[in-house]
Design a protein around this ligand. Sequence first.
Ligand SMILES: [Zn+2]
Ligand SMILES: [Zn+2]
Length: 259
Amino acid sequence: MGRSGSLESMSAPVNQTCPVEVDKARARFWFWLRNDAARLLWPSRCLACGECGDDALDLCPACARALPWNRCACPRCAIPLPAPALACGTCLQRPPRLAMVHATCVYAPPLDRLLPRFKFHHDLAAGRLLAQLMAETCVALPRPDALVPIPLHRARLRQRGYDQALELAKPLARALQLPLLEDLLLRMRPTAAQSELDAVARRRNLRNAFAVRGHQPLPAHVVLIDDVMTTGATLHAAAQALRRAGVARVDAWVCARVP
Ligand SMILES: [Zn+2]
Ligand SMILES: [Zn+2]
């Protein structure tokens, strides 16, 4: 036994590769082919200006430096503030239904180009970049039990072909390792485009627009995900539906806040 074992070990070629190593090498090759080779063939372009991008971000260094991060803002409504405060004047007077709102950026260049391209022109690469930016700032926030994207009504979804909030929430949930509940909220009726309405009409437009599906048990703390916050009427209507259904705390994370 010992003899044949030692003969085997002597006759085995020194560099014989075990199957696990072969699998690893194969995986490395495919990773290279998908990533590095693709970059050699199609070098990354800045999605904002078309200059050579940074491999890690799809933005050129100049556009990355110019990103309008929303660093100092009201924690209740994400409106930019000149100095840190517990809440802005409006939120102090009338505390909103959302416990906390975080906007990664202010709606300003280059976000005012990237967001419409993502939302109205099927540019899903811009969506991935926006989700990456959101992950960078949201990682430091209180962790919820689940992320809930603001749903589109199915008529609008058919028209557009994809749900921009869900397309942001999916990579965000993966990056932050949080559960994603994409079916928890339901848009009950098609609402008029919010951008065409004033603040009062926006609230009226959204009355009872959302319902919560019979998801049991309901998470205690959820974060709503949307692309842009203007007056917050959509987020507040969704938060109201969730609170009425029994969710104890509802926050919102958005990519950009319109000041
Ligand atoms: Zn650029
Ligand atoms: Zn506020």
